[in-house]
Design a protein around this ligand. Structure first.
Ligand code: BGC
Length: 771
């Protein structure tokens, strides 16, 4: 149905207009014929369409229309493949359209601040660049089908504990460098139809009511031109939310908030123009999406095949000793674990999809290994009702007779979900015991993990030969697992988040999930690998890690500076093994000493290449200005410190393969000296400092000068933060004020650096082996 715009907003009455700005029910907006705006349907979610009807629930407890459950973001991110994510996005868009959904509520691009966040399975990564690149691909894919996307949850929604009230207390630099960039990139590169604000507060203000967030940053700075929709139930004060920039309140509350808005306009509290603008945005949204009278059908089988292809490229081979994987085509194997028969493939809550079908890893493995004997043992009972020891004994007996035991273990859906956070990183104790008992008797043991949030490998990692992190792989995950275990697909996933040794090592350990309504982001920008690499904290597997069944060489790494403060990196990748495979080129940047505490290195570019045995390709990657910049709170802007940058080609955040050094002109900051400037700036100024020193030393003999030099150096360190105004009172001999005035004037013409250099990047990076 084409949308008719026969009457303008101005012709609709105030009550008609306010009524448009809240939901008609849980999933749809109201329509006002007079305003030419049809009702639109919004549905979850990020990895599958959860189309529910009016009488269903919001929580995902009841079934929705069948739809393909693609790998959730936790898995998809491990592909590091934006082309693949784009294809999944397009398939999601097709399904949404076929189910009459106009806006699909995803992707979720919140940063994984702590591995405990119960909703980490719905988010991409601990790194903003990876989250942003994949999030943009997702949005472009969905929207290519005439369906709007909703990037969520803006912003700093990094935990489930108290998510409706908690105030994320975060400094601005950290927001700009860590928690905003994924949203910012998606707005710039994919023009999402909507952005969903979060439930939480940021620095005390509900995001739904934050004018700074929704209008100044999102619209004025980033030029977002879509509609802001509230998270479901996030609006407390409707008028305050509208004023801040929340256009649409979802769902319909029946609380009479439309009447509040109309009353606020009538009383003069709210300018009617604010209502008109929000209505215009809704009209604009309606014009951007398809509203089909007869929605096109989708090819369910083709989407299942895509879900399998995607899942196989997401699996991360963490460890593979003694050529344990891939499994040989013949011989005797045992597959152990309830999840191998009934796959754990998605998380709980609003993203829960009613899958069109679910592959069983067992069936798929048997289908791909017709020449082998593949036994099965349940191994554990996720309900805990059966005797764990008996299940273990049965598994151990079969393992002892097999060439390889494959254990499929993981977290139960009840262990991780939207709505609550986890309390620890461990697998259930009976599963840990099972792994160890099987590993003692099996000639070779491979462990496959199914989990939405990171789990600890510490109790058993060294006992087993191979580990595959399969995350929550979506409905075709069983087939994908069989593909990777048998070598039909060569694994190419890379970790999108660090696997730490201990929860205590994680950067927000002391501050998560906060107290008394506040969670302090005390670790600042040191999130994930940024922290581990800067503080030299050993981890089990670093961000970016992942093995392959083939080998790659990377040669001729070169980096050339382009126009001011950008660069091009070039490297040749060769497949030196005997199988087709995919490799992720990862480029990290280490900044020189600068006025802010900086991570040892940060991911600044990546790309995935596919190569046949013996084949090579040369990859060229652009590093834009942002790759070298930090957010300067004094300048309120992105700033590049002049100096030498190290550009690392790395296998992961810890293992650097080659380094190139780049000299960047950076931003020469003109910070004129004043009487309030600290004396370290006066004496440290390249032109003024020497002039000042020579004035102070004038009249002294050479001997007195030499004697003064040492004590002056100590005094300067002692008083370095003292303002010149105060310092003058400490001097035995006055400096003529006319001279100071002249020097201050000179300083406006000569740039200097005025902030203390507290960079940690200059600390030597040592490589500590994991025991
Ligand atoms: C979730 C959103 C979801 C919405 C609608 C909320 O509880 O936080 O992610 O899109 O419900 O189901």
């Amino acid at each position: 149905m084409a949308i008719s715009h026969d009457r303008s907003t101005a012709e609709a009455s105030l009550d008609e207009k306010t009524t448009l700005l809240s939901g008609q029910d849980f999933w749809s907006t109201k329509s006002v014929k007079q305003a030419g705006i049809p009702s639109l349907v919004l549905s979850d979610g990020p990895h599958g369409v959860r189309r529910q009807h009016r009488d269903a629930d919001n929580l995902g407890l009841y079934d929705s229309e069948p739809a393909t459950c693609f790998p959730p973001a936790v898995a998809l991110a491990s592909s590091w493949d934006s082309e693949l994510v784009g294809r999944v996005g397009a398939a999601l868009g097709r399904e949404a359209r076929s189910l009459g959904v106009n806006v699909l509520l995803g992707p979720g691009v919140n940063i994984k601040r702590s591995p405990l966040c119960g909703r980490n399975f719905e988010y991409f990564s601990e790194d903003p660049l990876l989250s942003g690149v994949l999030g943009a691909a997702h949005v472009l894919g969905v929207q290519s089908q005439g369906v709007g996307a909703s990037v969520k949850h803006f912003a700093a929604n990094n935990q489930e504990t108290d998510r409706m009230q908690i105030s994320a207390d975060v400094d601005e630099r950290t927001l700009r460098e860590i928690y905003f960039p994924a949203f910012e990139r998606i707005v710039a590169q994919a023009r999402p139809a909507t952005v969903m604000c979060s439930y939480n507060r940021v620095n005390g203000t509900y995001t739904a009511e934050s004018h700074w967030l929704l209008t100044q940053v999102l619209r004025d700075e980033w030029a977002f031109d879509g509609l802001v929709v509230s998270d479901w139930g996030a609006v407390g004060d409707r008028v305050a939310a509208l004023l801040a920039g929340t256009d649409l309140e979802m769902p319909g509350t029946g609380r009479g908030t439309d009447a509040d808005v109309a009353a606020a306009v009538r009383s003069g509290e709210l300018d009617e123009a604010v209502v008109d603008t929000a209505v215009a945005r809704l009209r604009h949204l309606a014009g951007r999406v398809h509203t089909d009278a007869r929605p096109p059908a989708v090819d369910v089988e083709a989407h299942h095949r895509l879900a399998r292809e995607a899942a196989a490229d997401c699996l991360v081979l963490l460890k593979n000793e003694n050529r344990t994987l891939p499994l040989a085509p013949t011989g005797r194997f045992v597959v152990i674990g309830e999840f191998a028969a009934a796959l754990r493939y998605q998380g709980g809550g609003s993203s829960h999809v009613n899958a069109t079908r679910v592959d069983s890893p067992m069936d798929e493995l048997r289908a791909l290994l017709p020449g082998a004997q593949v036994d099965f043992a349940q191994g554990y009972d996720i309900t805990g009702r059966s005797e764990a020891a008996l299940l273990r004994e049965e598994a151990v007996a079969l393992a002892a007779e097999s060439a390889t035991a494959v254990l499929v273990v993981g977290l139960r859906e009840a262990d991780e979900s939207e709505g609550f956070d986890r309390e620890h990183l461990f697998l259930p104790p009976d599963q840990i015991e099972l792994i160890r008992a099987v590993a003692r008797v099996a000639p070779r043991t491979a462990v496959v993990l199914l989990n939405g949030g990171v789990v600890s490998l510490e109790d058993w990692h060294d006992d087993v030969d191979a580990v595959v992190e399969a995350w929550l792989p979506g409905q075709a995950g069983g087939g994908a697992l069989a593909d990777v275990l048998t070598g039909r697909v060569n694994p190419s996933g890379r970790l999108a988040e660090t696997i730490p040794l201990r929860l205590q090592d994680t950067p927000p350990f002391l501050n998560f999930p906060g107290e008394q309504g506040h969670v302090r982001y005390g670790e600042g920008v040191m999130v994930g690998y940024r922290y581990y690499e800067t503080a030299d904290v050993p981890v089990r597997h670093p961000f970016g890690h992942g093995l392959s069944y083939t080998t790659f060489d990377q040669t001729d790494f070169q980096v050339a500076a382009n126009s001011p403060d950008t660069a091009t990196a070039r490297v040749t990748v060769i497949n030196t093994g005997d199988r087709y495979g995919k490799h992720v080129v990862q480029i990290y940047v280490a900044a020189p000493r600068r006025p802010v505490s900086s991570p040892a290195l940060e991911l600044r570019a990546f790309t995935k290449v596919a190569l046949a045995p013996g084949e090579s390709t040369t990859v060229e990657i652009t590093l834009d200005r942002r790759a070298f910049a930090y957010w300067d709170i004094d300048r309120d802007d992105w700033t590049v410190t002049p100096g030498q940058y190290q550009v690392h080609l790395a296998d992961n955040a810890h293992d650097v393969v080659a380094t190139a050094v780049l000299d960047l002109p950076g931003d020469r900051l003109v910070r004129p000296l004043t009487l309030d400037s600290p004396i370290r700036d006066w004496f440290g100024h390249p032109r003024i400092g020497p002039a000042l020193t020579s004035t102070m030393l004038s009249g002294l003999t050479a001997e007195e000068e030499a004697a003064a030099a040492d004590s002056n150096a100590v005094a300067l360190r002692l008083l370095s933060s003292m303002a010149m105004r105060q310092f003058l009172g400490f001097l035995p001999r006055q400096i003529p004020y006319e001279l100071l005035e002249k020097l201050m004037e000179m300083s406006t013409a000569f740039p200097g650096r005025s902030t203390a250099d507290c960079s940690r990047a200059a600390l030597p990076r040592t490589r500590r082996a994991v025991p």
